[in-house]
Design a protein around this ligand. Structure first.
Ligand code: FES
Ligand SMILES: [Fe+2]
Length: 342
């Protein structure tokens, strides 16, 4: 039996499972453990000796208080409450108040597969039937040895995570909302859109205009879920051709989102230096201004905007995105229900 639509929608409020999601910029996790919530789950993020990043559920196996309030002892976390120690694989290593305790040696703290990519910490969120991670296929523009350079921009918005994907799959808002920006002033204000399936998602694109404004976007669901898009730059934007964005929006909870935007440019050598200089001195502020326009529209919208919508032709990307998410979520939920694993 297939899971019911209302159950699938509720399930989707905390994102899709069996995928990698970015959690935090790497720079926000130093020596001390960081306590955060992502996909509705409380997590502690810390660096084990040697710098390897560890992501675990943020509950001490003794009395359930946050491990993130404890101390990073290099290869383990020590809970502040009674100093129980937990290793990077989730095993209780020491119970100082009761030597010989049966708790010692048990691997009871859930530990998430984790990695770092281009300045962000990612973790794999598997459901009860998929604890082993799928491969993390690094977006082409974020590959370390690839031809692109990238800056990460991070923001937390008090809004439903899917609205950020809706926004990315709606290229037409560039022409209107961002008409006064440095890069989205050109081209027609009318357009017809089509979608095109790919092995990992789909494109939404204008039929009659390319490389003039925000004219297309791609949803990629390939071990992680992100949008990829390009916006042409005027000559004053320096070398490197179109400006690219890789965009993730990780649910914190049903109403809060951690947004990751990598701004990318195909540059190397001196062109890379020019781009990095221009970005830091001129472009970054302009990009934040554009992002503020998006935040003005979506930054604190309550869930359930769909009840007020009357979609038209431009929204074919939004419709396709929601269909994709519903299909994936329904499959997960149906499998979990079938296995009695909810
Ligand atoms: S609650 Fe953590 S050691 Fe007791
Ligand atoms: Fe926008």
């Amino acid at each position: 039996m297939q899971a019911a639509g209302t159950d699938v929608r509720r399930y989707l409020e905390l994102g899709l499972r069996n995928r990698w999601w970015p959690l935090l910029p790497s720079a926000l996790v130093g020596d001390a453990p960081a306590g955060i919530t992502r996909l509705g789950e409380k997590l502690v993020v810390w660096r084990a000796g040697g710098g390897g990043v560890v992501v675990q559920e943020d509950y001490c196996p003794h009395r359930g208080v946050p491990l993130s309030r404890g101390t990073n002892c290099g290869d383990r976390l020590r809970c502040a409450y009674h100093h129980v120690e937990v290793g990077a694989d989730g095993t209780v290593l020491r119970v100082p108040g009761e030597p010989g305790s049966k708790l010692a040696g048990r691997q009871v703290v859930r530990t998430y597969p984790a990695l770092e990519c281009k300045g962000a910490i990612f973790a794999y969120f598997g459901d009860a039937l998929h604890r082993e991670p799928v491969p993390f296929n690094v977006p082409f523009q974020l590959q370390d040895d690839g031809p692109y350079d990238a800056f990460l921009c991070y923001a937390e918005w008090p809004t439903f995570w899917r609205y950020l994907y809706d926004n990315n799959m709606d290229p037409m808002h560039g022409t209107f909302l961002h008409a006064k920006s440095h890069s989205m002033f050109a081209g027609a204000t009318e357009a017809a859109f089509r979608t095109r399936e790919t092995p990992t998602g789909f494109f939404v694109e204008k039929e009659a205009q390319r490389d003039t404004n925000f004219d297309w976007s791609e949803l990629v669901d390939d071990g992680s879920l992100y949008a990829r898009l390009e916006i042409p730059y005027p000559a004053s934007g320096g070398p490197g051709g179109n400006f690219g964005i890789i965009s993730y929006a990780t649910p914190i909870d049903e109403r809060t989102t951690a947004a990751f935007f990598w701004r990318t440019r195909k540059v190397s050598g001196w062109q890379r230096d020019v781009w990095r200089f221009l970005y830091k001195n001129r472009l970054e502020a302009r990009h934040w201004a554009v992002l503020e326009q998006d935040r003005g529209m979506l930054g604190d919208c309550e869930p359930g905007l769909e009840r007020h919508e009357h979609l038209y032709g431009h929204d074919v990307g939004v419709v396709n995105l929601r269909r994709h998410l519903m299909r994936e979520a329904r499959a997960q939920l149906t499998a979990l229900e079938g296995a009695g694993a909810l």
